[in-house]
Design a protein around this ligand. Structure first.
Ligand code: ADP
Ligand code: MG
Length: 347
């Protein structure tokens, strides 16, 4: 971790010096941010819009592994995963706060790298860093981000309002982040056994990027608005397609039919899954961390979403009694299980 760049101890700056140092390059870009970093609280004015708030915490050793996750990527990703939740409400993220707890194992330079990733994400998604907290940890690094967004009240989309006959749609492709993780884990274990072997990651840029530098689909609410489509229900794919569909169906009290052959997979995801003796469909259903948006739209919107390059129709909503079903490639109907990330990790 940045050994060759020289090392400044965190203690040399002190808490206030560190906060100032880390936040100095952040500029306010949103009109709704009345007061950012520097006072006891941030002040935000979303005027006639409703405010959406979401928090996620990432813990070293649980959610990320610094042996293959560069600090800058980690900073970018922690913001992305938070903004994704705001996008999943069909809203626009505008502000974030960042709370970090770190041990003296980390240098000022390392935390600066983390913040350079946070800054890159703020710049890319046009959100303001408006506050946070800085404290000490005795066991690694903990980062918690709160994201704040805005939307017109009537535009907000919930999980529990999917309707029978709705089309189930997903943005982008699935399973890539999980395959990226498999690859990184494999190279890590090879390296542990023989540190002289260089990691073999060539030609896997797409799936590595899906894992290390995911993007929030902030473009999808805008795209849908442009198409004149308001989803009936929406959620982001953080734990895997099956788990997210399960949330929508149970909360909306409906069932679904998901078509295996419609699930969008990148060819690289498919090929690497095969090489790892994994079923590519299972990677999409249970892999997680893709941060795509899963949503349902009224059947009458079929023409608007069909054949759109960023959207795939993967199934439809049925009545509750039919349950959740996967129609397999050979036409059989199988009960869909809501095995999320956890269940998958154990199996
Ligand atoms: P307080 O003692 O009132 O909690 P702090 O000294 O913790 O205030 O923070 C001073 C200012 O710096 C506040 O505006 C706070 O939101 C902001 N801040 C603190 N830590 C961070 C951080 N890690 N990232 C961004 N802003 C931070
Ligand atoms: Mg504080």
């Amino acid at each position: 971790m940045l050994e060759n760049k020289g090392r400044t101890e965190l203690s040399s700056l002190g808490e206030f010096g560190l906060i100032k140092h880390l936040t100095q390059h952040f500029e306010i870009v949103n009109e709704s941010t009345i007061k950012g970093v520097g006072d006891d609280a941030a002040v935000i004015d979303h005027k006639d819009m409703v405010t959406l708030v979401s928090t996620d915490m990432l813990v070293e050793g649980v959610h990320f592994d610094l042996s293959y996750m560069p600090m800058k990527h980690l900073g970018y990703k922690v913001v992305t995963v938070n903004l994704s939740d705001i996008c999943a409400m069909n809203a626009m993220p505008k502000q974030i706060t960042v709370a970090i707890a770190m041990s003296s194992r980390f240098s000022v330079e390392a935390i600066e790298e983390l913040y350079s990733g946070i800054l890159a994400a703020c710049t890319n998604y046009k959100v303001d860093l408006v506050g946070g907290d800085t404290t000490t940890s005795h066991s690694g690094l903990i980062i918690s981000v709160t994201s704040i967004g805005e939307a017109k009240k009537e535009d907000v989309v919930y999980r529990n309002t999917a309707q029978e006959k709705d089309l189930i749609c997903v943005s982008g492709d699935l399973g890539g982040a999980y395959m990226g993780l498999q690859l990184l884990e494999r190279e890590k274990s090879v390296f542990k056994e023989n540190p002289n072997v260089q990691p073999d990651l060539d030609g896997n840029d797409y799936i590595l990027e899906r894992q290390l530098k995911p993007e929030a689909r902030i473009d999808i609410p805008i795209l849908l608005k442009g198409l004149g489509v308001k989803p009936n229900a929406m959620i982001d794919v953080s734990d895997g397609l099956a788990s997210e569909l399960f949330h929508i169906c149970t909360q909306s009290e409906v069932g679904c039919e998901l078509y295996e052959d419609k699930i969008p997979l990148d060819p690289m995801t498919y090929d690497r899954a095969r090489e790892f003796n994994l079923d590519p469909t299972v990677c999409a259903l249970s892999g997680g961390e893709d941060y795509e948006l899963l949503f349902t739209v009224p059947l009458s919107d079929y023409e608007k979403v069909n054949n759109h390059p960023d959207i795939t129709i993967i199934g439809h909503i049925t009545d509750k009694n039919s349950g959740m079903n996967l129609i397999t490639k050979n036409g059989l109907s199988a009960k869909l299980k809501a095995q999320g990330w956890d269940a998958f990790a154990k199996s």
